[in-house]
Write a protein that binds this ligand. Structure first.
Ligand code: NDP
Length: 525
């Protein structure tokens, strides 16, 4: 029997190991009043944090980074036990990514938060000096999923904190212990406890956070829930960032290195048991390579090691829970019923534990099948042939999603030209998913994949409101655009506009003469 987390009463949730069903802990769910109280505490603590010099905020991030590095093995084991992924993957795709993001925030903070001078081009404004000042929103609410239970909330939390915000996080009900560990590490690093708080529970706790007096919400999850969250936020004009998953295409061109492309495809489709928003969800292979690609992929799949990720030899762990497994099974069955060829997998591995699904290779898939339309979020590689670059681009863009894509070719120029035609937030050449590990690279999508960006400098921008501050350097001088209009004034203004924007120099010169001699001070009001 596949496992489900059990809400044993309205106020308690039980978290389990998806590989074994072992109970890992029982936690109290936060009531809506408790969620609201957490947000109010964060609101009260935030102004002091905003006033704290950036170098002191950096010190806290530095201590967090050191503590995380010291405790990385312990945390990797927890991530493996609660989310199911192999410990090596927890180290590489969660902990190392967060360590690097901390480094990015630490190095970037001063420059990013320094007021930015805004030079004025217009001669009429030359007596003014403008600058852009970046100020925190206040309290950032974060609702995060179970598939990257540490890195997703941690990356967003670090960006929020370094820019002077407080954070209230609602982790997924399936991975609450990992969310609590993030809170614990930040508190141990010296952060005031009210500046980063975790609230517990399933959907009602997330809904309560959306309704609470937070100042911005960063949500990662499904399109359906993202739309519900977006609607609730719109009712009170709460700004949101929505990261809603993908249906990422992988395009293998006729000049690709087959050995590399097949290894990439398997990692891209099966890593984290395929439960990655940037997973390869559709693979299009040029017809000249199609059969060898399928044969080599099938051989390599036979060598993959599936099991409990606590065993360091294991490459693919269990899926998160039975409901997710059923989604994948239904999509694979639908594809086979509509004519796809099942070349590997396509079945549960019950002998390994409750939630294991074999890495699955499907050939001859078409866009009429659910597996090519809906997010699968499971260890499945569906492959289809194409005949021309144009067809590959058309197939890649034939999706409601647009998170990321990859193009596999030995010709960089050809690959980049194709990247420009694909409608996605990220296009990688000869790799996939690893953009998530580049702290500088923005993460977010086109179309139904969401709104806004996390990660990198664009992720920092999402955490601040920009204020324009303007200083008049000649405060004793009345401004020519103030009252005191009249015929002469109008002529002068017309002359001034000609001086600035007329195309011929003779018209500019005439404009300059008409503009000369500002209205007398006594005419101004
Ligand atoms: P959801 O979108 O339902 O959950 C994501 C987060 O939102 C969780 O923390 C969840 O809490 C919370 N949540 C659920 N309902 C509400 C609500 N009404 N208001 C506020 N927050 C809410 O994803 P699922 O876990 O149900 O996964 C379903 C599908 O979503 C997957 O098959 C996959 O296709 C996609 N998905 C995409 C992800 C991505 O990276 N973009 C991540 C996860 C899933 P709780 O878990 O406690 O219910």
């Amino acid at each position: 029997m596949a496992t489900e987390p059990k809400i044993v009463s309205a106020s308690t949730l039980v978290t389990t190991n998806p590989a074994t069903g072992e109970v890992l802990g029982e936690l109290s769910c936060s009531t809506p009043d408790e969620v609201r109280a957490s947000v109010l505490r964060a609101k009260a603590a935030q102004p002091q944090w905003q006033a704290t010099p950036v170098r002191e905020r950096i010190q806290i991030l530095r201590r967090f980074q050191q503590l995380l590095n010291e405790r990385r093995d312990e945390l990797a084991r927890l991530i493996c036990r609660e989310a199911g992924k192999p410990t090596a993957e927890a180290l590489v795709t969660e902990i190392s990514v967060v360590l690097d993001t901390a480094e990015f925030c630490i190095r970037r903070a001063h420059n990013f938060l320094r007021p930015q001078p805004l030079p004025h081009r217009n001669p009429a404004m030359k007596t003014k000096r403008g600058k852009l000042v970046r100020e925190p929103y206040g309290v950032i609410g974060i609702i995060s999923p179970w598939n990257y239970p540490f890195s997703i909330p941690a990356i967003e939390t670090l960006a929020a904190l370094i820019t002077g915000n407080a954070v209230v996080l609602k982790p997924s009900e399936f991975t609450p212990l990992i969310g609590l560990e993030l809170e614990r590490l930040l508190h141990a690093a010296g952060l005031h406890p009210d500046l980063m708080q975790v609230v517990m529970g399933e959907a009602p706790a997330g809904a309560a956070l959306t309704e609470s007096p937070i100042d911005k919400l960063i949500f990662t999850g499904s399109v359906a829930t993202g739309k519900r969250v977006g609607e609730a936020a719109a009712r009170r004009l709460l700004p949101v960032v929505l990261e809603l998953g993908g249906k990422d295409p992988m395009i293998v061109l006729d000049d690709a290195n087959l050995e590399i492309a097949t290894s990439g495809a398997l990692w891209g489709a099966f890593m984290n048991a395929g439960q990655t928003c940037l997973s390869v969800e559709r693979c299009y292979v040029h017809r000249s390579l199609y059969q060898p690609f399928l044969a080599l992929s099938r051989d390599k799949i036979a060598r993959l090691r599936v099991g409990n990720g606590l065993d360091s030899e294991v490459e693919i762990g269990p899926m998160i829970h039975g409901r997710q497994l059923q989604i994948v099974e239904a999509q694979v069955n639908d594809a086979v019923a509509r004519g796809a060829r099942l070349l590997a997998g396509g079945k549960r591995l019950s002998e390994l534990g409750p939630n294991f699904y074999a890495p699955t290779l499907l050939a001859d898939v078409t866009h009429e099948m659910r597996i090519m339309q809906e997010e699968t979020f499971g260890p499945v590689l569906p492959v289809a042939p194409f005949d021309s670059d144009e067809e590959a681009v058309r197939l890649a863009n034939d999706s409601d999603f647009g998170l990321a894509a990859s193009v596999w070719t030995r010709n960089r120029r050809r690959g980049e030209a194709m990247a420009r035609k694909i409608k996605a937030g990220t296009v990688m050449l000869n790799d996939m998913i690893s953009c998530f590990g580049i702290a500088e690279a923005p993460h977010g999508g086109f179309k139904q994949s969401g709104i806004g960006r996390t990660h990198g400098e664009l992720g920092l921008h999402e955490m601040v409101q920009v204020k324009y501050v303007d200083v008049d350097l000649v405060p004793g001088m009345p401004k020519v655009w103030w009252f005191g209009y009249g015929r002469k004034y109008q002529q002068q203004m017309e002359g001034f506009i000609d001086l600035l924007f007329a195309r011929r120099w003779t018209a500019k010169l005439r404009g300059a003469l008409r503009a000369a001699g500002l209205p007398r001070r006594s005419n101004r009001i």
